[in-house]
Design a protein around this ligand. Structure first.
Ligand SMILES: *Cc1c(COP(=O)(O)O)cnc(C)c1O
Length: 405
């Protein structure tokens, strides 16, 4: 279907929940995608931090093909090996003892919130249910997770929200400490706020949260839906930030593009779930788990984590150099291959300019450009991104002087 026709059909048949870029992507290879007209784009969005192995990685493609031919789905009424293997793999490479599988980040967070409530309820009674989350956070689009999300714009018009949440400013330990009480069951946060504009949690802050949670038997939940699976240069971001959570959620990169989410927890917490307490029809099905296993193995054995760390450092340094040269750049923030650049101008229009020049990036908020490329991104790709940004920023300055912006 030609792109214009596709746009018309989408306008007619789809619920209008997204503002899309005006291209139809038909194929991908590594860090490149191609539109219907054959134009090539360097992908610094990676399906929103999902395609960690890039597009068409042979290990992932073959794992999916093999598993699809063998068995796609049977439900959790039976044992399937890929699910157990994946749980073992994640447990062996993290703080956690057990895993529950679902299909998305929001669902993983729903599982985490339910688990925290179940744990607190069983141990302290029904008065202990509150989850403290952070302002400017993002945890998903279900009713519980929009409530957990500390941003009015995702909640507005969907009230009444879920009871039992409270919000603290990010990176402010005193504020959380003052809010904690008899009702507090858990503190939930992203080690790096992604959708909220790429804000990294301070190590000291996280250490203080950990101590507070341990002292009061409050569960510390890390939402690593975006930061997990090598994004920051280690398999999980917490491994670099010096603090272990009690519960961690994963999704985005976990299946390399195949939908899968996971909620991981320490034994002491995980045992609060008994048979029948939580479930998902699709969760952990053999196809998704075979894909996630291939992702994990390739990340760990294929040297991709080390590569991601080097490329993350290179991207951060390149962006910092750009900031030194460009007045339009306010701040560069991030860790590894999750980088944000706060600019003095509308981020959406820079995203559009990049698209025209063959580079896919996206905005996290009105003034922040976000870069979350596949972890197989190369130095040359990063150089191309920086060249493109330089041209765009230089032109903005010229236009501003001419009074056009
Ligand atoms: C994307 C994201 C989610 C939601 O994931 P979905 O798969 O879209 O439900 C939750 N938390 C964080 C930190 C995310 O980045």
């Amino acid at each position: 279907m030609p792109t214009e026709e596709l746009k018309d059909a989408a306008a007619k048949y789809l619920m209008q929940t997204y503002t899309r870029q005006p291209i139809s992507i038909v194929r991908g290879r590594g860090t490149r995608v191609y539109d219907l007209e054959g134009r090539e784009y360097i992908d610094f969005v990676g399906g929103i931090a999902v395609n960690v192995l890039g597009h068409g990685h042979p290990d992932l493609v073959h794992a999916i093909q093999r598993q699809a031919a063998q068995l796609i789905h049977v439900s959790n009424l039976y044992y399937t090996e890929p699910q157990v293997q994946l749980a073992k793999m994640l447990v062996e490479h993290s703080f956690a003892d057990r895993a529950f599988f679902c299909n998305s980040g929001a669902e993983a967070n729903e599982a985490a919130i339910k688990l925290a409530r179940r744990y607190a309820h069983a141990k302290y009674g029904p008065e202990r249910f509150e989850v403290i989350t952070m302002t400017n956070s993002f945890h998903g689009r279900t009713l519980a997770t929009i409530t957990a999300t500390g941003q009015e714009k995702v909640q507005k018009g969907f009230e009444p929200l879920m009871p039992g949440f409270a919000y603290a400013p990010f990176n402010d330990f005193g504020a959380v400490e003052a809010m904690v009480g008899e009702r507090t069951a858990a503190i939930m946060l992203e080690p790096i706020q992604g959708e909220g504009g790429v804000h990294v949690a301070d190590r000291e802050y996280l250490a203080q949260l950990r101590t507070l949670c341990t002292q009061r038997d409050i569960l510390l939940i890390f939402d690593e839906v975006q930061t997990g699976m090598g994004r920051t240069g280690t398999l999980f971001a917490y491994q670099q930030l010096g603090v272990e959570p009690d519960i961690m959620t994963l999704a985005k990169g976990l299946g390399g593009g195949v939908p899968i989410g996971a909620c991981l927890a320490k034994e002491k917490v995980a045992s609060a779930f008994q048979p029948g307490d939580h479930a998902s029809t699709f969760g952990g099905n053999p196809l998704a788990c075979a894909a996630a296993l291939a992702v994990c193995r390739t990340l760990l054995d294929g040297g991709i984590l080390e590569h991601a760390k080097r490329m993350g450092d290179y991207l951060a340094k390149s962006l910092a150099d750009c900031k030194d040269r460009q007045r339009i750049v306010r701040e560069v923030r991030g860790l590894g291959l999750l980088q944000g650049v706060e600019i003095d101008t509308d981020a959406k229009s820079v995203v559009a300019d990049c698209l025209v020049r063959g580079v896919l990036i996206n905005a996290a908020g009105e003034r922040v450009l976000r870069f979350v490329p596949p972890l197989v991104v190369t130095q040359r790709d990063i150089d191309k991104l920086l060249d493109t940004l330089t041209v765009i920023f230089n032109r903005r300055v010229v236009e501003e002087k001419a009074g056009r912006h």
